[in-house]
Structure formats: structure tokens, C-alpha cells
Ligand binder design. Sequence first.
Ligand SMILES: Cc1cc2nc3c(=O)[nH]c(=O)nc-3n(C[C@H](O)[C@H](O)[C@H](O)COP(=O)(O)OP(=O)(O)OC[C@H]3O[C@@H](n4cnc5c(N)ncnc54)[C@H](O)[C@@H]3O)c2cc1C
Length: 443
Amino acid sequence: MLLQTDHALARQSWYAQTATRRQDHPPLQGEVRAEVAIVGGGLAGLSAALELAQRGRQVVLLEALQLGWAASGRNGGQALAGLACDMGEIEAQIGLADARRIWAMTVEALTLIHARRDRYRIACDWQSGALTVATSARKAASLRRETERLAQAYGHAGQWLAGGDLALHIRSPRYRGGCYDRRGGHLHPLKYTLGLADAAWREGARLHERSPVRRIERHRSVTLLRTPQGQVVADQVLLAGNVHLPTMPGLGGLPAGIGSRIMPVGTYVAVTEPLDAGEMDGLLPTRAAVCDSNFALDYFRPTADQRLLFGGKVSYSTVTPPNLARSLRSRIAQVFPRLAYRPLTHVWGGFVDITMNRAPDFSRLPPDGAAGAPIYLLQGFSGHGLALTGLAGKLVAEAICEDASRFDLFARLQHRPFPGGERLRTPTLVLGMLWHRARDLLG
Ligand SMILES: Cc1cc2nc3c(=O)[nH]c(=O)nc-3n(C[C@H](O)[C@H](O)[C@H](O)COP(=O)(O)OP(=O)(O)OC[C@H]3O[C@@H](n4cnc5c(N)ncnc54)[C@H](O)[C@@H]3O)c2cc1C
């Protein structure tokens, strides 16, 4: 059900209509051997495939549908430092010194995007500048404290802006203050994801589309991944299937407990028709990406062809909410009243994999019994994975080929399953989110 809903949403995306798929990768046929097999052709899996292939490993990546069709190819396009959770959560778990190392890696995730764009000539419409904004005086004070703390404790200097200074970046009556980060920015995520796939393939990774893994079998020294027409015999395995892995129809042998640590949450996006450049100057003069600091947040940015791309509105059911275009248009009007009646040309959405504490969930699942290799898992990016997935794939490659210490630092973060397990977690989450939503509305 999740797969069907999500696939329907994918087809409506503006990204799908503005990126070219230059290559079709055939389904897996017969048996192949791999040093590393990867499940999932989104940014996390493709990044790992690229890094492993660069290190000379024999890599086979299996994608159930098409490379980049899921969250990676149709997100808000905002590449930001940090994590979805507050750094206080990380400090409480592993201490300030190690939280600083994690923060530094989230900044490295941004430089990695640039390095890959340059090295593999990935044309993906990069635009620098990211702004986090507050919708009330109380939230502005809190965001300002957080900005100062990031500068003081993490050495990450954001620029605090209010009044006329804020208007240099955004012309909206809705915001009371904001923090500008010149290192963040935005891009066309499907062009970037397909560029990464191309790079991985050119480095020697074998990529197979329309190859859903139906069964995972762990043996003494190898793991078997079975697809409808073939199987991979792998020394090491990475699972990078996001919300679709635990919900994949008929999948057997998935290590226990993975699915209950993440929860699929729908988030929705629309684009306006192209505005003229002068009109965009009157909304987002520096063309920065913007998101607010609310729990159920709005995020938006201009596209390269001068549309406003606007995301928000979460849903905890796998059914697409009714009147999506109308509700997104009313949110756009709150931010930019002059766009209240502007037609939206495309409306779509997707599912993010949130964890209870919104920290990413990277793990090495121990072998069954004494022999065998661990299985690597990347999930739980919690709506903040565009840049971080790139780094996550690199950390898996480092752990397999060189040194696991950076991967293990993330793997030390503890995750609790959602209360109620996979069946009852939704009502529990809805209650929690309603409480946060009420706080958003109180100002
Ligand atoms: C609407 C939306 C807006 C977002 N906006 C932002 C943003 O602005 N900034 C940001 O940082 N993050 C954003 N995110 C989050 C970000 O897109 C994700 O964190 C990131 O793309 C996750 O990448 P992934 O590779 O883990 O997963 P995905 O891109 O979901 O890829 C997982 C892949 O695994 C495949 N798969 C699963 N199971 C199997 C199986 N059994 N066999 C074979 N293949 C399998 C799936 O088919 C899928 O292609 C947004 C997400 C959404 C949905």
C-alpha cells in the first residue's frame, strides 16, 4: 500500500518532468557474486555504491523500481548542515566532544556534494544560501539562542537577521527573525541522484533496477539476496531501503526490529508556474532556501526556472490527503500573500523515515550466530537526508574498507521503537504530533 501510494505521488513530481534518465539499468538475472550488495537505489545506497566502487570493491546495487524514484528524487532540495533533531539530543547521548564530531560530519556532507558535482560534472542547479526563520517573537528568541550556541559550542557561525536585514533574503510578513547559513543551499534532487548513479556506474558498480529484494538469507560466510529473477551472493550487505524496506510486500528475512524504529510520515510539495525574475526578486532576492523552525515545518525555495517550490503539510496515514493543492496554496499565501491565486502546476509528496528522537539510525546488525558478517543499515534521516545520506554512504565504505570509527560514532546513538509497534505506532505518533502542532500554533 505504501509503495503504491508513493509511486503514484512520484509520477506527479515536477522533478520527474525536468530530469533526464539517460540510462536504464536491467533487472538482475541469474546468480552474481558481490563483495558488497546494496539494497536501495536512493541517495544513501548510491552514495555507498560510488564510494565502494571508488575503493575498488565489487558492488551490486538492487533497486525495487527505478533509481531515485523515492524520497531522494523528489524532496524539497534543501541541503543543510546538522540533523533533524536538536544537537542537545546528541550531546545527552554521547557527550559534547563526540556531538561536535558528528556536527563536523554534517558540514562535511555539504562539501561532499560540491566535490561530487565537480568531479563527475553533475549539473543539478546548485544555489547557495539557506535560511531558517521563526514565526513568532518567542520562536525567534529561541532560534537566536540556538544560533549563538552553535557558534559558541560547534564553531558554526550563522548570521542572525531581523527586520531590514532579514528582508535582504526574504520579503514576507510572516517571520520575526532568521538565521542565514551560507554553507547550506539547494539543488534539483533528481538530477543530483541520477548524476550520482551515473558516477557509481562509471566507477564500476553494477546497478539493477526493477529488482526488488524479496528474501534475505544469512549463511555462515555469505548473505543471499533473492529477487524475482536472480540472486546475489554477497560478503557484506548494506540495507538502504528507507520506509519501503520494512513495508516491502512479501519481503522475508529482514533482521528483526528494524521497521519499528522508523515510521513513514507523508510530506507534500507543490510548485507554482514560473514567476518572472523581478517577481522572484520581490520574494526571495538572494534565492536562498528557507525553512521555518516549527515542528510541522514549511520549507520552500526558488527553482532554477523561477518557480516557487513549497513543501509542508504532514500526514501520518499512507493515504494522500484530500484537497492537497488547496491546502498548500493557503500555506503559500500565509508566507507570500501575493501568490494566493497563483496556479500550482505540480503537486506531489513522499514519505520520510522519522525515528522517535529524529536522530539518524545507522547500525551494524550483528551476524546470526558466531560466523558471518554484520549487515549495515542506514535509515531514520527524519526528513533531513539530502546531504547526510551522501556522508552516510561514505561512512559505510570507510567502515567496510578502512576504518569504522566514524560510522560507529553514529551507531552509538540509541533508538527506541515506536510505542505500539508497527501496528499501533500511528495513533501514538499522531497524539504526540498534535501536541507539537498546538505549540506551533500558540506562537
Ligand atoms: C517530500 C520530501 C521532501 C523532503 N525534503 C528534504 C529536504 O528539503 N532536505 C533534506 O535534507 N531532506 C529532505 N527529505 C528527506 C530526504 O529526501 C531523504 O532523507 C533521503 O532522500 C533518503 O534517501 P534514502 O536513500 O535513504 O531513501 P530513498 O530515496 O527513499 O530510497 C530508498 C530506495 O530503496 C528501495 N528499496 C526499498 N526496499 C527495497 C527492496 N526490498 N529491494 C530493492 N529496493 C528497495 C526503494 O525502492 C527506494 O528507491 C524529504 C523527503 C521527502 C519525501
